[in-house]
Design a binder for this molecule. Structure first.
Ligand code: ZN
Ligand code: ZN
Length: 343
């Protein structure tokens, strides 16, 4: 089968190659991939700024049709439509974090698409406990967004305490920022979304989703807008979703005393911040990395109840052969979610 492979360490070293089809073990499920989304992590693996273990097939945000199940598998059947929790491909299962359900923090963890083979390929084989049957009425395209949605669900609903009446700031209108925004809007939270001139198309999407206030930092002063929107008080919660130093500084500055700062984006390098603001404003700072299985149970209920939809964040669908165009669109912020189809 054709697969998008990082074939050796270093910058780049990614290409479509013919590889052997994976075999399905007793406790495994073989999925014919319908859609696999391009994620910032894929770009980082390409650039070698995210830990990876070549040779490895990229891609981890996917959905597809089950074509084979091992003889011990009970939770899913051939022909079922499925999506996959990709981050648990390898965990030790016995460290304190694994035992608490926080597998993201397991020192031995390897996720699909960088640690083990991912889903930019015709087929992917996964353990049966990683597979979720798609709720009725959810399309395979929308289901490919479950994985990034999980990161937003954990950040907004599980790690941060946001309540009706709060004013939230989402800094960085990329896919995860917009997914956080969707949840905040569904919860009825007044929200401000910020981005730079480069993010124009994504800020426009935020407006279409119904956000109260959009700030284009190339043209407007955030402090002025925050003062107007909060009667000078500052925002209650801030979600840093850009992984950018200036964005983190904006969040710290925009927060009111006793506010909450949630780190959702990855900087990928050391940054310089006025951290005394955490002290003087007695902020609560927390990180949100990935998700737990409880996040997936919750997000599937959210999608089943149709209180949040994901399909309007899909801006492009392309065959896997056009992966370079897809990566470029994401890199240049000209897309929100690009889905690649192997067949
Ligand atoms: Zn991702
Ligand atoms: Zn562990």
């Amino acid at each position: 089968m054709k697969a998008l492979i990082k074939y050796e360490p270093g910058v780049g070293n990614v290409e479509l190659r013919e590889v052997a089809e994976p075999a399905c073990g007793d406790n495994q499920v073989k999925i014919e991939v319908s859609f696999c989304g391009v994620c910032g992590t894929d770009l980082h693996v390409y650039e070698d700024t995210f830990r990876n273990f070549p040779p490895v097939i990229l891609g981890h945000e996917f959905s597809g049709r089950v074509v084979q199940v091992g003889r011990l598998v009970r939770n899913i059947q051939p022909d079922d439509h499925a999506t996959v929790l990709p981050a648990t491909a390898v965990t030790c299962g016995s460290c304190s974090f694994c035992r608490m359900g926080y597998f993201m923090l397991c020192p031995d963890r390897r996720g699909m698409g960088h640690g083990v083979n991912g889903a930019f390929a015709k087929y992917a084989v996964v353990r049966s406990d990683q597979v979720y049957k798609i709720p009725a009425g959810l399309s395979l395209a929308e289901a490919a967004l479950c994985e990034p949605f999980a990161s937003a669900v954990q950040a907004v609903l599980q790690v941060t305490n946001v309540r009706l009446g709060d004013v939230a700031l989402v800094s960085g209108p990329g896919p995860i920022g917009l997914l956080c925004l969707k949840i905040l809007l569904a919860e009825g939270i007044k929200t401000i979304v910020t981005g730079t001139g480069e993010d124009a198309m994504r800020l426009e999407k935020a407006k279409m989703l119904g956000v109260d206030t959009v700030v284009n930092l190339t043209e407007q002063e955030l402090a002025t807008v925050v003062a107007e929107e909060t009667k000078g008080a500052g925002v209650d919660v801030a979600f840093e979703c850009a992984g950018a130093e200036a964005s983190a500084a904006n969040c710290l500055r925009a927060l009111k005393p006793l506010g909450q700062y949630t780190q959702v984006g990855i900087f990928g390098r050391k940054i310089f911040l006025d951290f005394d603001q955490v002290f003087y404003k007695q902020l609560r700072v927390v990180g949100s990395v990935g998700y737990t299985t409880s996040t997936w149970d919750r997000l599937l209920k959210i999608l089943e109840q149709k209180v949040v939809s994901l399909d309007d964040l899909i801006t492009h669908r392309m065959p896997l052969e056009r992966w370079q165009d897809a990566f470029k669109l994401c890199e240049r912020k000209q897309a929100i979610k690009v889905l690649l189809s192997p067949s």
